[in-house]
Ligand binder design. Structure first.
Ligand SMILES: O=P(O)(O)OC[C@H]1O[C@H](O[C@H]2O[C@H](CO)[C@@H](O)[C@H](O)[C@H]2O)[C@H](O)[C@@H](O)[C@@H]1O
Length: 248
């Protein structure tokens, strides 16, 4: 069992070794700042170039592991990274995972009925293999959203995942840890030391997986309970750390 560290005391991570490390990066809250709606987020050209250049220097050993779909992540980064796992580990570009699921479709219909009668007031993101109920534009509906999500999940045999101003319904089968392990089993990741970087609770799964493989983790954002060994304050600090890796 991993010890939880006090993230107030966590130091910034050591420099990236382009020939030694493999990087597993989260997207929202780690590489890009939050916006009112997921589709409003677009990475800067500077960030896209940095990721593409760093990936080249690292022989491709950078993967994005995001809660978004791969298509949504590609739109944000304009395809700057080839290796992407989507929907918190449920979607892989290489595995050609199915993009729809009957339980999720039924849950979507259920959610639409609740929205139509005013019982649910959220922006719904349909990811095919998961649903996200975003209440960032109406934070006063946080508790009502949690209750509705629990009801829908129970009815359709789904799992509930809490994120930042979002409650997600998932199949509960794969996590970011599975994505890390799968990437690390093959080139160009295998034989490198993994570093996972993320801000959200679902990133703790990736942190646990890299720890088990002898790697390190970096919490992004305000101090909170975490198993990460290192911390960076915000997306700008992540950008600066990645950029210094490129210069190494
Ligand atoms: O694992 P991540 O890459 O961090 O993805 C987590 C979720 O990110 C997105 O939602 C979050 O960002 C939105 C855009 O800034 C914001 O409006 C929302 O409140 C955040 O929760 C994405 O839409 C979700 O699908 C991801 O699961």
């Amino acid at each position: 069992m991993l010890q939880q560290a006090d993230s107030k005391l966590l130091a910034p991570p050591p420099p990236i070794g382009v020939r030694r490390h493999a990087l597993f990066l989260d997207l929202d809250g780690t590489l890009v700042d939050f916006a009112a709606h997921p589709e409003q987020v677009i990475a800067s050209e500077e960030l896209r170039l940095l990721l593409a250049n760093l990936s080249r220097e690292m022989n491709g050993a950078i993967a994005l592991i995001t809660g978004r779909t791969i298509a949504s992540a590609d739109a944000v980064l304009n395809g700057a990274l080839i290796h992407v796992a989507g929907i918190h580990g449920a979607e892989r570009r290489v595995l050609g995972a199915p993009s729809v699921n009957a339980s999720i479709s039924a849950a979507l219909e259920h959610a639409r009925a609740l929205i139509a009668n005013g019982a649910l007031q959220v922006d719904v993101e349909d990811k095919g293999l998961a649903l996200a109920f975003h209440y960032r534009r109406k934070p006063e509906f946080a508790d009502a959203t949690r209750r509705a999500a629990a009801e829908i999940a129970h009815r359709h045999g789904l799992s509930v995942l809490e994120g930042k101003m979002v409650v997600e319904l998932t199949l509960g089968q794969q996590t970011k840890a599975d994505a890390v392990r799968d990437f690390m089993a093959a080139p160009p990741f295998a034989d490198r030391e993994p570093i996972a970087v993320g801000d959200d609770i679902t990133d703790e799964d990736a942190f646990g997986a890299v720890a088990a493989l002898g790697g390190q983790s970096v919490l992004v954002g305000a101090p909170r309970e975490t198993i990460a060994r290192f911390r960076l304050a915000d997306t700008q600090s992540v950008f600066d750390w990645l950029k210094s890796g490129l210069a190494s």
